[in-house]
Design a protein around this ligand. Structure first.
Ligand code: ZN
Length: 663
């Protein structure tokens, strides 16, 4: 692999080793339009063996080789437009400081970000800020005049290809969509009929028909063009297969070798039976430290929900988080025995679960630069029912979101915190205690307690989700302040928990409503759970001023005056909510939710919306991948290590990928 810095000097590249020792890692790297670009760290890299690193390296190469597939799937002109943009950026030699050029560059960055000319989330076409004549002059001066007539209308005409996936009602669904899954004027009716002939509703293990092909109409006849080596996208898929096979040679175990063999056979044949076989083998591997996703997977870009968009990600288990959840889970009985709930509702024998937490090393295809923060696959229902699914959270991505928020000078934290002490404590411990809250909630909270015999688990009806989430949150909040956690070595400081208490109360009673439209009430279960807890504690502790509502310069703040009393209140509410659940007391559950969780104070609601909007936070975020770079012994050239090098040049990485991972 060539060195990026040779092409695009990167002022601040760092290896993971260097990082640990020095100044704080900077998470935010770039901003344009409605987008913020971040970097993510890869903790635990140096604890991997050389063989594991080599395995990851090849999986990472396989993840990057699908980029062109995605551009083409999103829209048939995307690849050609991207190449035009790349050529201009690399070859244009005139004034690069003009406003016009800056607008052009923003457009290019947006196209790279969205893997096409339609917004990655809203799916509508965005148009360059510089005018068409200027754009044309850029193309002409870089020798691309011949393409102007065809491409400029595609880029500039708002009536041409206005949306990637059409969601309106009055036009034909497929022909009005620009997404490149259907060709030749195939209509929804024709596509549905085409696949209805293949499907059999009585089949207990149905194939995902249409997942890996484009449907084409020619001379009135429909036929599929399959994505496989020798077929559509064949050259890119060959590269993917090549790197998957190189990875297989250094896999951690036989199970990985088996499913990689299935995956490459599927890429070669396009046979969906083999795709299912691959998924079954993959989902049953719960032991490997390194894992990956690579294929045509999610179907939400297709108006008919059938065609898989290419995506990839390479990851390994987070050693620190795994240690934490293991420790907590192995003490599950202690937590159950010491919980403040009525003894008759306690489980005599409780088993904690170890949550699976991973860190990504490489994002690719539809997971790059914007990525989900969790994985829950495979998608085929019958495989999920019969063999289960893998559900994991991605720790280093969540961490990067958190840290980037704290870096920003105009963050939620500084806007809504009362003073410097609060901000300092949250900066120091906020991420750790929020992760620990999640661990306690997931590994112990939901699994604790028991129903009285004869009580139906459904007796709380429409209130059951909010009550159940509140129960798990209260369990976590109560124990966060327990000395047991410092004793077990999962919290370094007896005061660290205060960071999560401040965040939780402020969010539950106030800031979370920035996401709800004015005039609406609070209806989502998790948001109700948080409001219930924060509001109940605020009111129950009012006489002792446990949580104080303060106003300064016309702005409202919620400040915790007595952390010890607040913990006692959490314990009291946990006790009551466990009783409600264990006895199936519908009326009491309803009363708690109705009284504390649903209503939003309209004055506070208006204030939080206004203050939030004034922060002008970028609503969308994406990531630069770190490079995984082989280190060779200068004497004989054999590889002695693979280093993680953090890049902070978003545009540089985009151009590098465009040049090196393109056919
Ligand atoms: Zn939950």
């Amino acid at each position: 692999m060539s060195n990026v810095s040779a092409i695009h000097p990167d002022p601040d590249p760092h290896t993971e080793k260097e990082r640990a020792a020095e100044k704080p890692f900077k998470y935010s790297a770039d901003e344009f339009a409605d987008i913020q670009i971040l970097r993510y760290r890869v903790p635990g890299w140096d604890s991997l063996s050389l063989r594991q690193k080599e395995y990851i390296y090849h999986l990472g190469e396989a993840a990057k080789w699908g980029r062109d597939i995605l551009f083409d799937q999103n829209f048939k002109y995307n690849l050609r437009i991207r190449k035009v943009l790349e050529k201009i950026i690399e070859e244009y030699r005139e004034d690069k400081n003009s406003e016009n050029y800056r607008d052009f560059l923003i457009y290019a960055k947006r196209v790279f970000f969205s893997n096409g000319i339609h917004h990655h989330y809203a799916e509508d076409k965005f148009i360059p800020g510089c005018d068409r004549a200027y754009f044309k002059s850029l193309m002409v001066s870089t020798g691309q005049e011949a393409l102007c007539e065809e491409l400029l209308p595609v880029i500039y005409d708002p009536h041409l290809y206005p949306c990637r996936r059409y969601t309106g009602g009055d036009k034909e669904l497929l022909t009005a969509s620009s997404v490149n899954f259907y060709q030749g004027g195939v209509t929804r009716e024709e596509a549905d009929a085409f696949y209805a002939r293949m499907e059999n509703s009585a089949d207990p293990s149905p194939l995902s028909y249409g997942l890996n092909s484009k449907l084409i109409k020619k001379d009135g006849v429909l036929k599929e063009e399959v994505w496989k080596t020798g077929g559509l996208y064949g050259k890119s898929i060959e590269k993917i297969v090549e790197h998957l096979e190189a990875a297989s040679k250094v896999a951690e175990n036989e199970s990985q070798k088996e499913y990689i063999a299935n995956l490459t056979e599927y890429y070669r044949t396009g046979d969906l039976k083999i795709w299912d076989r691959y998924n079954i083998a993959w989902v049953q591997d719960q032991e490997s430290q390194v894992d990956f996703i690579n294929g045509f997977i999610e179907t939400y870009n297709d108006p008919l929900g059938r065609k898989g968009t290419w995506e990839a990600n390479v990851n390994f288990k987070d050693p620190e988080a795994s240690r934490r959840t293991q420790i907590i889970s192995s003490h599950a009985q202690w937590f159950e025995d010491h919980s403040p709930i009525d003894p008759q509702f306690k489980k005599k024998k409780v088993k904690g679960v170890s949550a699976k937490v991973i860190n990504v090393v490489c994002l690719g295809g539809d997971c790059y630069p914007a990525t989900p923060i969790g994985i829950n696959l495979p998608n085929a229902d019958w495989i999920r029912k019969k063999y289960g699914s893998k559900s994991v959270t991605i720790a280093n991505i969540t961490d990067a979101y958190d840290k980037a928020l704290q870096e920003s000078p105009r963050s939620m934290l500084t806007e809504f915190s009362w003073d410097e002490n609060e901000i300092a404590l949250i900066k120091r411990y906020g991420t750790l205690t929020s992760n620990l809250h999640t661990d306690l909630h997931e590994c112990l909270g939901h699994g604790s307690g028991q129903l009285l015999s004869g009580v139906s688990p459904n007796s709380l009806g429409e209130y059951s989700s909010a009550i159940e989430e509140a129960r798990a949150d209260l369990f976590a909040l109560y124990y966060l302040a327990d000395s047991k956690l410092t004793e077990l070595g999962v919290l370094p400081d007896r005061n660290a928990y205060k960071a999560e208490y401040m965040n939780f109360i402020r969010n539950g009673i106030f800031t979370q409503f920035s996401r709800i439209e004015l005039g609406k009430s609070n209806t989502e279960a998790h948001m109700q759970d948080r409001k219930l807890i924060a509001q109940w504690c605020y009111e129950q502790g009012r006489a002792e001023n446990v949580i104080e509502k303060k106003i300064r310069d016309g702005k409202t703040y919620f400040v915790i005056n007595d952390f010890g009393r607040l913990r006692t209140l959490f314990g009291r509410l946990l006790r009551e909510i466990q009783r409600i659940k264990s006895e199936g007391d519908y009326r009491a559950g309803k009363s708690l939710i109705d009284t504390y969780a649903v209503h939003i104070d309209p004055i506070l609601h208006k204030e939080v919306k206004e203050r939030f909007e004034a922060l002008h936070l970028k609503p969308y975020k994406g990531f630069i991948n770190p490079d995984i770079v082989p280190v060779a012994d200068p004497a004989d050239g054999h590889i002695t290590d693979y280093e993680i090098i953090y890049r902070n040049d978003y545009l540089g990485q985009m151009l590098h990928y465009g040049r090196h991972y393109s056919i």
